[in-house]
Design a protein around this ligand. Structure first.
Ligand code: GUN
Length: 276
């Protein structure tokens, strides 16, 4: 039977560590503030944004909330981001994605001052990660590294297969695992012999957004499996990209969904806000 990698417990530990850090910073007169922007009322975004603001409150940092109507123009959003860039009281700026289709996400992300880019989405942040320089790292992949390290799972020298190549998860994940000295393969929808490729993995990280896509046939005995997916199954129950019931008996350790990777994203965002 696999050991469960409990993201709820690990993220709580990190949040408590951050809370202590914030208290110490406050004694030195340093306060932090995150500006959170949501455009429109995508229900999933509303939940994420609420949880991010709650996280700020828990560790003791301020948050400014901007809830803009769906018909906000790209120019108006650019103007707001520029104002926040110039506002010394604001350390971090987060624009919740997805944005309405009439707004170009790349334009908005590029407008954020890289020094306040707590999501790590700015091309400068991504470039810095690529060449091993200091910069903000995308929160979900950073959270996965913490899950592995805090579960005493060795990364150096291991075969890591990442299923999915998104800008938010797959690509930065591959760079982080490389930085940790894993041997990294990024597999995707055009990869041939996908099952065989995934079966090479000592650490398999799945981020493709397809419910229960990865079955036991994709997993080597004794592998560590990290499931980034959040989907609904045929009974409307939350499930990951991994078929947990089939895969769990085969692997050494696995993240559940919910309660695995999900809670780590906010913990890493809060960490970035303190660093900002
Ligand atoms: N939408 C889904 N995940 C994220 C995230 O990590 N940051 C932002 N800004 N939007 C998202």
């Amino acid at each position: 039977m696999a050991s469960l990698i409990d993201g709820k417990v690990i993220s709580q530990t990190i949040k408590d560590e951050l809370k202590e850090k914030v208290e110490k910073m406050k004694e030195q007169g340093i306060t932090k503030c995150l500006a959170v922007i949501q455009v429109g009322d995508n229900p999933a975004s509303t939940v994420y944004v609420r949880n991010k603001k709650k996280g700020c409150e828990y560790i003791g940092i301020d948050s400014l909330s901007y809830e803009l109507p769906e018909n906000t123009s790209e120019d108006e959003l650019v103007k707001l981001v520029k104002e926040l860039n110039a506002n010394d009281k604001v350390n971090g700026i987060l624009v919740q994605l997805p944005l309405p289709s009439h707004i170009n996400e790349d334009v908005i992300i590029k407008t954020i001052d890289p020094a306040k880019d707590v999501d790590g989405f700015h091309p400068q942040s991504v470039g810095a990660l690529c060449i091993g320089q200091k910069g903000f790292v995308s929160c979900t992949p950073a959270g996965i590294i913490q899950l592995l390290k805090r579960s005493n799972i060795e990364i150096a020298g291991k075969e890591c297969v990442i299923l999915g190549r998104s800008n938010i998860v797959g690509k930065p994940m591959s760079l982080l695992m490389l930085r940790e000295n894993a041997t990294v393969t990024v597999a995707h929808s055009k990869t041939q012999n996908l099952k065989e490729v995934c079966k090479r993995a000592d650490i398999l990280i799945v981020a493709i957004g397809k419910p229960k896509f990865v079955t036991d046939e994709y997993v080597k005995d004794g592998a560590v499996v990290i499931d980034v997916g959040i989907n609904r199954d045929e009974n409307n129950k939350i499930c990951g990209d991994v078929d947990f019931d089939l895969v769990e008996p085969k692997c050494k350790a696995i993240t559940p969904v919910p309660g695995g990777v999900g809670p780590m994203t906010i913990a890493m965002l809060l960490n970035n806000c303190i660093e900002a």
